[in-house]
Design a protein around this ligand. Structure first.
Ligand SMILES: [Zn+2]
Ligand SMILES: [Zn+2]
Length: 222
Protein backbone atom coordinates (compact mmCIF):
# COMPACT_ATOMS: atom_id res chain seq x y z
CA UNK A 1 0.00 0.00 0.00
CA UNK A 2 1.34 3.37 -0.93
CA UNK A 3 1.97 5.67 1.97
CA UNK A 4 0.99 9.26 1.39
CA UNK A 5 3.74 11.55 2.56
CA UNK A 6 2.81 14.76 4.19
CA UNK A 7 5.17 16.98 2.26
CA UNK A 8 3.97 20.01 4.16
CA UNK A 9 6.04 18.91 7.14
CA UNK A 10 9.36 19.22 5.36
CA UNK A 11 11.52 21.78 7.15
CA UNK A 12 12.04 25.07 5.40
CA UNK A 13 10.58 28.53 5.48
CA UNK A 14 7.17 28.84 3.91
CA UNK A 15 5.32 32.14 3.97
CA UNK A 16 2.64 32.31 6.63
CA UNK A 17 3.51 28.87 7.97
CA UNK A 18 5.46 28.07 11.11
CA UNK A 19 7.19 24.74 11.63
CA UNK A 20 8.26 23.64 15.10
CA UNK A 21 11.29 21.41 14.51
CA UNK A 22 11.44 20.48 18.19
CA UNK A 23 14.43 22.56 19.29
CA UNK A 24 14.53 23.58 22.92
CA UNK A 25 15.07 26.89 24.66
CA UNK A 26 18.69 25.81 25.10
CA UNK A 27 19.40 26.63 21.44
CA UNK A 28 19.18 30.33 22.32
CA UNK A 29 21.27 30.13 25.50
CA UNK A 30 24.58 30.88 23.75
CA UNK A 31 24.13 34.64 24.31
CA UNK A 32 21.86 36.06 26.96
CA UNK A 33 21.15 39.75 27.52
CA UNK A 34 21.17 40.53 31.24
CA UNK A 35 21.36 43.37 33.70
CA UNK A 36 24.56 43.22 35.77
CA UNK A 37 23.47 42.19 39.26
CA UNK A 38 25.98 44.59 40.80
CA UNK A 39 25.58 47.82 38.80
CA UNK A 40 22.44 47.13 36.67
CA UNK A 41 24.24 47.94 33.37
CA UNK A 42 23.15 45.91 30.32
CA UNK A 43 25.51 43.17 29.14
CA UNK A 44 25.80 39.69 27.67
CA UNK A 45 26.32 36.31 29.26
CA UNK A 46 28.19 34.34 26.59
CA UNK A 47 28.49 30.57 26.45
CA UNK A 48 31.87 29.43 25.15
CA UNK A 49 32.78 25.94 24.01
CA UNK A 50 32.75 24.62 27.58
CA UNK A 51 31.57 27.22 30.05
CA UNK A 52 29.66 30.47 30.21
CA UNK A 53 30.99 33.84 31.32
CA UNK A 54 29.95 37.43 31.94
CA UNK A 55 32.08 40.57 31.84
CA UNK A 56 30.42 43.85 32.82
CA UNK A 57 31.70 46.74 30.70
CA UNK A 58 30.47 49.20 33.30
CA UNK A 59 31.66 47.94 36.71
CA UNK A 60 34.20 45.33 35.48
CA UNK A 61 32.47 42.48 37.30
CA UNK A 62 33.65 39.15 35.89
CA UNK A 63 31.76 35.88 36.37
CA UNK A 64 33.07 32.58 35.02
CA UNK A 65 31.09 29.41 35.33
CA UNK A 66 32.88 26.99 37.63
CA UNK A 67 34.87 29.67 39.50
CA UNK A 68 33.76 30.99 42.85
CA UNK A 69 32.29 34.46 42.52
CA UNK A 70 34.83 36.06 44.87
CA UNK A 71 32.26 37.34 47.32
CA UNK A 72 33.00 34.60 49.87
CA UNK A 73 29.46 33.31 49.98
CA UNK A 74 29.33 30.79 48.11
CA UNK A 75 27.44 27.55 48.57
CA UNK A 76 25.74 28.18 45.26
CA UNK A 77 28.96 28.42 43.23
CA UNK A 78 28.86 31.30 40.78
CA UNK A 79 25.12 31.74 41.17
CA UNK A 80 24.22 35.35 42.02
CA UNK A 81 20.48 34.98 41.40
CA UNK A 82 17.61 34.25 43.75
CA UNK A 83 18.27 31.54 46.34
CA UNK A 84 16.36 29.39 48.80
CA UNK A 85 17.77 28.65 52.26
CA UNK A 86 16.73 25.74 54.42
CA UNK A 87 17.87 23.92 57.54
CA UNK A 88 16.65 22.29 60.77
CA UNK A 89 17.89 21.44 64.25
CA UNK A 90 16.45 20.54 67.67
CA UNK A 91 15.66 23.44 69.99
CA UNK A 92 18.81 24.52 71.87
CA UNK A 93 16.81 25.00 75.11
CA UNK A 94 14.17 22.29 75.43
CA UNK A 95 15.30 19.81 72.77
CA UNK A 96 12.00 20.06 70.85
CA UNK A 97 12.35 18.54 67.36
CA UNK A 98 12.42 20.21 64.91
CA UNK A 99 13.06 23.89 64.38
CA UNK A 100 12.70 24.44 60.62
CA UNK A 101 14.31 27.41 58.91
CA UNK A 102 13.32 28.49 55.41
CA UNK A 103 13.86 31.71 53.48
CA UNK A 104 14.02 33.09 49.94
CA UNK A 105 16.34 35.88 48.90
CA UNK A 106 16.40 37.98 45.72
CA UNK A 107 19.25 38.55 43.24
CA UNK A 108 22.47 39.81 44.79
CA UNK A 109 21.46 39.38 48.46
CA UNK A 110 24.25 38.98 51.02
CA UNK A 111 24.77 35.32 51.94
CA UNK A 112 23.23 33.81 55.07
CA UNK A 113 24.80 31.17 57.31
CA UNK A 114 21.99 30.79 59.84
CA UNK A 115 18.47 31.98 60.61
CA UNK A 116 16.84 32.53 64.01
CA UNK A 117 13.81 30.29 64.61
CA UNK A 118 11.45 30.45 67.59
CA UNK A 119 10.65 27.11 69.24
CA UNK A 120 6.97 26.10 69.03
CA UNK A 121 7.26 24.43 72.46
CA UNK A 122 9.27 26.79 74.70
CA UNK A 123 9.11 29.96 72.59
CA UNK A 124 12.84 30.71 72.76
CA UNK A 125 14.85 31.47 69.66
CA UNK A 126 17.76 29.38 68.35
CA UNK A 127 19.98 29.94 65.32
CA UNK A 128 19.50 27.24 62.70
CA UNK A 129 22.35 26.64 60.23
CA UNK A 130 21.07 26.76 56.65
CA UNK A 131 22.21 25.45 53.28
CA UNK A 132 21.59 27.32 50.05
CA UNK A 133 19.99 26.26 46.74
CA UNK A 134 19.75 28.35 43.58
CA UNK A 135 16.22 29.10 42.37
CA UNK A 136 16.45 28.54 38.63
CA UNK A 137 13.50 30.37 37.14
CA UNK A 138 14.04 31.05 33.45
CA UNK A 139 11.24 33.60 33.44
CA UNK A 140 13.34 36.21 35.12
CA UNK A 141 16.99 35.10 35.31
CA UNK A 142 19.74 33.74 33.10
CA UNK A 143 20.28 30.00 33.64
CA UNK A 144 24.04 30.24 34.31
CA UNK A 145 24.44 32.94 36.95
CA UNK A 146 20.89 34.00 37.77
CA UNK A 147 21.25 37.62 36.73
CA UNK A 148 18.03 39.44 35.76
CA UNK A 149 17.13 39.11 32.08
CA UNK A 150 17.21 42.38 30.16
CA UNK A 151 14.87 41.56 27.27
CA UNK A 152 11.64 41.52 29.24
CA UNK A 153 8.33 43.23 28.58
CA UNK A 154 5.18 42.93 30.60
CA UNK A 155 2.37 43.07 28.01
CA UNK A 156 -1.30 43.25 28.89
CA UNK A 157 -1.60 39.55 27.87
CA UNK A 158 1.39 38.28 29.84
CA UNK A 159 5.12 38.44 30.42
CA UNK A 160 7.39 38.31 27.36
CA UNK A 161 11.05 37.48 27.94
CA UNK A 162 13.85 36.32 25.66
CA UNK A 163 17.56 35.62 25.71
CA UNK A 164 18.65 37.38 22.50
CA UNK A 165 17.72 38.57 19.00
CA UNK A 166 17.50 35.07 17.51
CA UNK A 167 15.14 34.02 20.28
CA UNK A 168 13.01 37.13 19.73
CA UNK A 169 13.02 36.61 15.95
CA UNK A 170 11.79 33.03 16.45
CA UNK A 171 8.94 34.30 18.63
CA UNK A 172 8.22 37.09 16.13
CA UNK A 173 7.98 34.60 13.24
CA UNK A 174 5.79 32.33 15.35
CA UNK A 175 3.49 35.24 16.14
CA UNK A 176 3.13 36.13 12.46
CA UNK A 177 2.39 32.62 11.15
CA UNK A 178 -1.20 31.85 10.25
CA UNK A 179 -0.52 28.11 10.30
CA UNK A 180 1.51 26.43 13.01
CA UNK A 181 2.79 22.88 12.54
CA UNK A 182 4.93 20.45 14.46
CA UNK A 183 7.25 17.80 13.01
CA UNK A 184 7.91 14.89 15.37
CA UNK A 185 8.03 17.26 18.29
CA UNK A 186 8.10 16.23 21.92
CA UNK A 187 6.91 18.58 24.62
CA UNK A 188 10.50 19.60 25.31
CA UNK A 189 10.33 21.98 22.37
CA UNK A 190 10.55 25.68 23.07
CA UNK A 191 7.37 26.41 21.12
CA UNK A 192 5.36 23.68 22.85
CA UNK A 193 6.26 25.26 26.19
CA UNK A 194 5.27 28.81 25.36
CA UNK A 195 2.76 30.32 27.74
CA UNK A 196 -0.85 29.98 26.66
CA UNK A 197 -1.32 33.67 25.87
CA UNK A 198 1.38 33.55 23.17
CA UNK A 199 -0.46 30.74 21.38
CA UNK A 200 -3.75 32.63 21.11
CA UNK A 201 -4.59 34.03 17.68
CA UNK A 202 -5.94 37.21 19.24
CA UNK A 203 -2.49 38.03 20.65
CA UNK A 204 -0.61 37.75 17.33
CA UNK A 205 -0.29 41.48 16.73
CA UNK A 206 0.56 42.23 20.34
CA UNK A 207 3.30 39.59 20.37
CA UNK A 208 4.71 40.80 17.06
CA UNK A 209 4.92 44.39 18.25
CA UNK A 210 6.44 43.49 21.60
CA UNK A 211 9.08 41.23 20.04
CA UNK A 212 9.95 43.95 17.51
CA UNK A 213 10.46 46.46 20.35
CA UNK A 214 12.70 44.06 22.24
CA UNK A 215 14.74 43.28 19.10
CA UNK A 216 15.47 47.02 18.80
CA UNK A 217 16.45 47.08 22.47
CA UNK A 218 18.73 44.05 22.02
CA UNK A 219 20.44 45.63 19.00
CA UNK A 220 21.36 48.62 21.14
CA UNK A 221 23.26 46.59 23.76
CA UNK A 222 27.02 46.70 23.47
ZN1 LIG B 1 28.27 45.84 36.46
ZN1 LIG C 1 12.34 24.85 72.77
Amino acid sequence: MAVARNRSLRPGPVAGRHLDDGHGLWRYADRIAVRCHRCAAPGWVVRGSRTAGFRCLSCSLVLEEGNACGCGCCGAGTWVGPVRYSGRRPCGYCGHQWLHAQAHRAVGSPPLQALPVACAQCGRSSDVSVSVQPVRDAESNDPYFGMPLLLVERTRAGLLWAYNQAHLQALHDYAGAMLRERAGVTNGSMFSRLPHWMKLARNRALLQKATARLIAKANAIR
